[in-house]
Design a protein around this ligand. Sequence first.
Ligand code: UD1
Ligand code: CA
Length: 456
Amino acid sequence: MRTTAIILAAGQGTRMKSKLPKVLHKVLGKPMVQWVIDCLIAAGVTDKITVLGHGAEQVATVVAEQTSIVYQTEQLGTGHAVMQGVKALGTENDCVIVICGDTPLLQADTIKSLLAKHNAEKNMVTVLTAQASDPTGYGRIVRNGAQIEAIVEQKDATEDQKNITEINTGTYCFNQAFLLKYLSELNTDNAQNEYYLTDLIKIANQYGLPVGGFQLNDFSESLGVNNRVQLSQAEQILRQRKCQEVMMSGVTLIDPATTYIGADVVIGADTIIYPNVLLDGKTIIGNDNVIGMNCRIVDSKIGDRNDIQSTVIVESTVGSDCKIGPMAYLRPGTELADKVKVGDFVELKKSSVGYGSKIPHLSYIGDATVGENVNVGCGSITCNYDGINKYQTIIKDGAFIGSNTNLVAPVVVEEKAFIGAGSTITKNVPADTLAVVRGELRTKEEWSKHQATKKK
Ligand code: UD1
Ligand code: CA
């Protein structure tokens, strides 16, 4: 059975009150329409067409690689959107899934079950439905016995129909030949003067063609996001889902309620995550790590057995067996080898730090290459910027940088060089030497008495 999906994403999403097209609003760090695309891919639906209208250019940047695109220049309703979508259908299709770009919670298994039922019953259309505790706003499923007779929109419903709690999720399977033949019979004779896709159910029944339904167990899966309250509901559900997934795969979350793990984050077994942690983007975390409270790690790769406390790490790489934080900041382009210590109030940027090196307190290291087993004393910094350009600092293996050293780049500290505390280093330091740049100590005797006489 060859299946193509048409994703409806042309609507403005007026109720979002946003500059951003609705389907680009992110849930768990991923645009809503991308959730829909990923769900279809996971369900094995390879051919996809997206109907774009409002904000088409912006939406296209997200969907163009993975789906074909058609345009609906005027938004005259879901039926009208599908009329545009079918223009891109191949002829060898059997089945067409129609799905909305604003339903990020739908799961691949649901799409598979819907398709299976559709095919088994040889329906012309099969509707994905759900039982809602509050059906307000959704189209209602009107049944005669078990048979679905019609879908009635909220605005067109009679008082009796408004009491129906079974709703249309906005996802359907159509027989392609049926869809192509009967779309033209839709009209705008309704409360919203729109072409309702849902009228195809009534039309199929008029011709005595088989219509089916597949009801979801879990209403929350069908949540359509129309405003920011629903956006936050979707966010909460997907966040819980992701937390459960990582816990089931062997990760300890001390407090899932305050743990944010982005959709694409991967975490190894026996890693323990403390409260108030945010892991996002393409982050990959290995096994046996401790991620302490208040960490934010984005687009970074973390090895195994690290201990990371109250730290921000962005676009960086950390090896294994490192100790980081509290209050460290690894900015983009930081690469730590194994067994590195980066202590409190240390900022690193575009720098690599070799095996076993330590930067324990109060440092800024930018545009630097730090070798193995280097010790950078408290308060030492690289002066990498002269106001116009950035320059490199190279600290080679085994060097010892005394506390409060300023390394004025470009500068090289050779192997096992030793820099005395408080030095400002403006020239390269040869290997194995001691370098000290410091004013001589001067004393004035009996200074305190002198001060005392001045006070009188
Ligand atoms: C629609 C259904 C309703 C269902 C609900 C589920 C119809 C007539 N109604 O109502 O039965 O319960 O979804 O969430 O189909 N779109 C276009 N072009 C248009 C109009 C809409 O692409 O001209 C897209 C929107 O971008 C959106 C989707 O279609 O992704 C649904 O549109 P929306 O206006 O949210 O429909 P609902 O009123 O929610
Ligand atoms: Ca909707």
